[in-house]
Design a protein around this ligand. Structure first.
Ligand SMILES: Nc1ncnc2c1ncn2[C@@H]1O[C@H](COP(=O)(O)OP(=O)(O)OP(=O)(O)O)[C@@H](O)[C@H]1O
Ligand SMILES: [Mg+2]
Length: 261
């Protein structure tokens, strides 16, 4: 049975999309079958994967069909990213912003994505969901569908409030609708050689202990170049960030398959 991993933080610009793309690329490189789901109306993962076909169906239309007719095939929106070792992905675009509206009147509105993914979960080893920066109904859908959640957090500023809000939501989802959900950990991103990074990492360690991933993802302009070039750094030999994300992916696999937790 494939594992579904949500990458979430309601704070914007912390490295969610970059982590989704690189976790996916790293897992794909180690031979896993991977599907990325863009679940953010900003469509950043889709752009990263080279999605340009603006008139074609995205996750939003399939979800709407599903809630209106009780029937939809999520497979019809699966694409491949040629520049990224043909990694499979489901695109999103701005129309997904309307989902908040059409989901309001739907029964079990937080389980729609879970029900949609049921048919394809076994086709993959990992399905990785890129969440939008909010704590709304789409993020809730991702957390309900997921077996594990990773929270990227910048080491540039320590935002206790933001982390408390998202970890509280994860706890509530675990206690109410999805007892399978594992909190895989917090991934410190955009780390550099400053005292700010060292102090923030230290604070994360003190508060969250082993829930902080052991590696930091470094701050590097190559991350921005990689989204412009639409190619994950894991596929570029000698990339420091690519290597860090490969180590992160190994740890994610260890944590999600660990029977002890
Ligand atoms: N390790 C890094 N070093 C430097 N820049 C980075 C790094 N990771 C991501 N970035 C850049 O920071 C910006 C935000 O990253 P990203 O889009 O991954 O964050 P996000 O959490 O998905 O944002 P949003 O909340 O808007 O969805 C992007 O311009 C990205 O290229
Ligand atoms: Mg993003």
């Amino acid at each position: 049975m494939g594992k579904i991993i949500a990458i979430a933080n309601q704070k914007g610009g912390v490295g969610k999309t970059t982590s989704v793309v690189h976790l996916g690329a790293a897992l794909k490189m180690s031979g896993r079958k991977v599907l990325l789901i863009d679940f953010d109306p900003q469509g950043d993962t889709s752009a990263y994967m080279g999605f340009e076909d603006e008139d074609s169906k995205t996750v939003s239309q399939v979800m709407e069909e599903f809630v209106r007719n009780g029937l939809a095939d999520i497979r019809e929106v699966i694409r491949r990213s040629e520049k990224n070792d043909n990694i499979e992905y489901i695109p999103a675009d701005i129309s997904l912003a309307g989902a908040e509206m059409y989901l309001i009147s739907v029964m079990s509105r937080e389980t729609v994505l879970k029900r949609l993914l049921k048919d394809i979960a076994d086709d993959y080893d990992y399905i990785i969901i890129d969440c939008q920066p909010s704590l709304g109904v789409l993020v809730l859908n991702a957390l309900v569908a997921a077996d594990g959640v990773v929270i990227p957090a910048q080491t540039q500023e320590f935002s206790k409030k933001a982390l408390k809000a998202i970890t509280d939501i994860v706890g509530q989802v675990q206690q109410s609708v999805n007892s399978n959900l594992r909190f895989l950990g917090i991934l410190p991103t955009m780390a550099d050689n400053t005292a700010m990074t060292r102090d923030t990492r230290q604070e994360y360690d003190n508060i969250f202990g082993e829930l902080i991933f052991p590696m930091n993802i470094s701050k590097s302009v190559t991350a921005a170049y990689s989204s412009r070039d639409k190619k994950a750094l894991c596929f570029k030999a000698g990339s420091k960030i690519g290597e860090e994300y490969r180590m992160f992916a190994e740890e994610v696999e260890r944590r999600i398959t660990d029977e002890q937790v």
